[in-house]
Design a protein around this ligand. Structure first.
Ligand SMILES: O=C(O)CCC(=O)C(=O)O
Ligand SMILES: [Fe+2]
Length: 283
């Protein structure tokens, strides 16, 4: 008698039987009646069901996915006209969801943001996950400040452009943050969403819900270093003045593969403006 091997069709049939509520005994009996050798049938049953249940379990443990900002890239346009400003679509990736834009800000807009932010800089603080307040963080050796949403014509114009490009309400955005990295400064890999396991997170989420998207705008071009890196997928986005990298995360979970950081600046300085987008109104 020749040895049988389980086929993909057999595995599919086993999963269908399990879904229909038939117990393993009944499924095994049917397989034997259909002419499958008992040991092959048992091995196929065990292997198929354990894989299937593990996958189901992983799905079940995941938080539900949320709507996310997303540019209109149907038809693969080379560039988009956004409120009278032409933005190039340079690179995109689907998991993590990343899109790199060229010419999102003009040189004048970049220079104006740096000039306005410079006198207002302080050592960067990140949200304290325990209290929901803010704290100085060793992982982020840059200096930073926040502009109030809509605080000037320039800020409003940029915020309106972000909203139109990413199809997301301006009211759901946090204020634009400017970060300044000197040589050697970096922002170690992190997720931008708030960690659901941290005690301070429920307090943070009362105002606007989770972060679901980030746009990092490059305000200058460092001489060397300072890429925005996505270590899970080996992606490095070069910081080029006026360009911007967008990424979204539909749940506060590493399956989004949105771990990212600012690589150390090796020569020169790096200035970025970051816009974080929330699920709901951030008032
Ligand atoms: O500086 C960068 O390239 C990344 C900045 C960043 O991750 C952030 O502002 O959340
Ligand atoms: Fe970040």
């Amino acid at each position: 008698m020749t040895r049988q091997t389980a086929t993909p069709e057999l595995r599919q049939w086993i999963i269908e039987q399990a879904r229909a509520g038939h117990g393993p005994e009944a499924v095994l009996a049917s397989m034997r009646e259909a002419g499958w050798q008992e040991d092959v049938a048992i091995a196929a049953l065990e292997e198929t069901l354990s894989t299937y249940l593990a996958e189901q379990g992983r799905e079940a443990e995941l938080p539900a996915g949320s709507a996310v900002p997303e540019p209109s890239l149907e038809g693969a346009p080379a560039s988009l006209e956004v409120l009278g400003h032409r933005v190039a679509v340079l690179t995109q990736m689907h998991l993590p969801r990343v899109v790199v834009f060229g010419g999102f800000l003009s040189d004048e807009e970049c220079d104006a943001l740096v000039a306005l932010a410079d006198p207002r800089l302080a050592r960067s603080e990140t949200v304290d996950n325990d209290t929901g307040g803010s704290e100085v963080n060793e992982a982020r050796t840059s200096e930073g400040m926040f502009f109030g949403r809509g605080e000037s014509e320039l800020i409003s114009r940029i915020e309106a452009r972000i909203g139109a490009l990413l199809n997301w309400p301006v009211e759901n955005g946090e204020g634009v943050q400017v970060l300044h990295y000197r040589p050697g400064a970096e922002y170690k890999p992190h997720y931008d969403y708030f960690d659901p396991a941290q005690p301070g997170t429920p307090t943070i989420l009362k105002r606007g819900g989770q972060r679901v998207g980030t746009l990092v705008m490059y305000l200058n071009t460092p001489l060397r270093g300072g890429s925005t890196t996505f270590p899970d997928v080996g992606l490095e986005v070069a910081p080029v003045k006026g360009n911007a990298v967008f990424f979204s995360y539909d749940r506060a979970h590493p399956v989004t593969r949105t771990l990212h950081g600012g690589a150390p600046v090796l020569e020169g300085e790096k200035w970025v403006a970051t816009k974080w987008l929330r699920q709901g109104r951030f008032d």
